[in-house]
Design a protein around this ligand. Structure first.
Ligand code: HEM
Length: 172
């Protein structure tokens, strides 16, 4: 959520396009549930038997740690990988989804071991972010410092501080 808000604040058009879309479809008189690599090195897995992965021999007992951060920033699949361009998912990458079937984008992992919280997470994030930018004008330092800190999850190095003002009637 923090990264999403930071990226929106660093981008002149995306948040306000999203806000306009919310205004057009929801209006300012009601709220809406609407959709929008937290774990860069997720839970390790262990090979339960000898196997080959893309021609590489993986002996039984090997620990496998996926580098999701790297997968999600590979320039062959994701041109200008560090650019925030959410419209990719409406255009060039519109057929790629996050539910573990497309290995270019697997923030929740894949197959039997994948995150069981995926549906909750997607709904809560979409709803929360949508509600925030629908209901509030959010003003932050520009540009927002996007430096990352080292951690189990992908944390921001400095806290995101913003000013918020209501943009819908108070009763909403
Ligand atoms: C944006 C939000 C989230 C992301 C990106 C995420 C991502 C992940 C990833 C990558 C894994 C490891 C999958 C693997 O081992 O291959 C995982 C595991 C897990 N997640 Fe999430 N998760 C999120 C939210 C949640 C929520 C909201 C819950 C619970 C309500 C949850 C519960 C779990 C549990 C219990 C596991 C361990 C599953 C197992 O090893 O059997 N996650 N998650």
């Amino acid at each position: 959520m923090t990264w999403a808000l930071s990226s929106l604040l660093n981008n002149r058009e995306a948040p306000w396009k999203a806000q306009q879309e919310l205004d057009a479809h929801v209006g300012k008189d009601r709220r809406s549930p609407r959709g929008s690599t937290p774990g860069p090195l997720p839970i390790p897995h262990e090979a339960t038997e000898d196997c080959y992965v893309s021609g590489y021999f993986v002996p039984k007992g090997t620990w496998l740690i996926l580098n999701l951060y790297k997968i999600h920033h590979g320039p062959r699949v994701w041109p200008d990988p560090y650019e925030f361009r959410s419209e990719r998912f409406l255009t060039t990458h519109k057929d790629i989804d996050v539910r573990g079937q497309h290995f270019e984008l697997i923030p929740f992992g894949s197959s039997r071991g994948m995150c069981p919280g995926i549906s909750l997470a997607l709904q809560v994030m979409g709803l929360s972010l949508g509600s925030l930018i629908h209901a509030f004008e959010i003003i932050g330092d520009e540009p927002v410092n996007m430096e990352e800190a080292i951690g189990l999850t992908n944390l921001k190095a400095s806290p995101l501080e913003v000013l918020v003002t209501l943009r819908v009637p108070e009763h909403v």
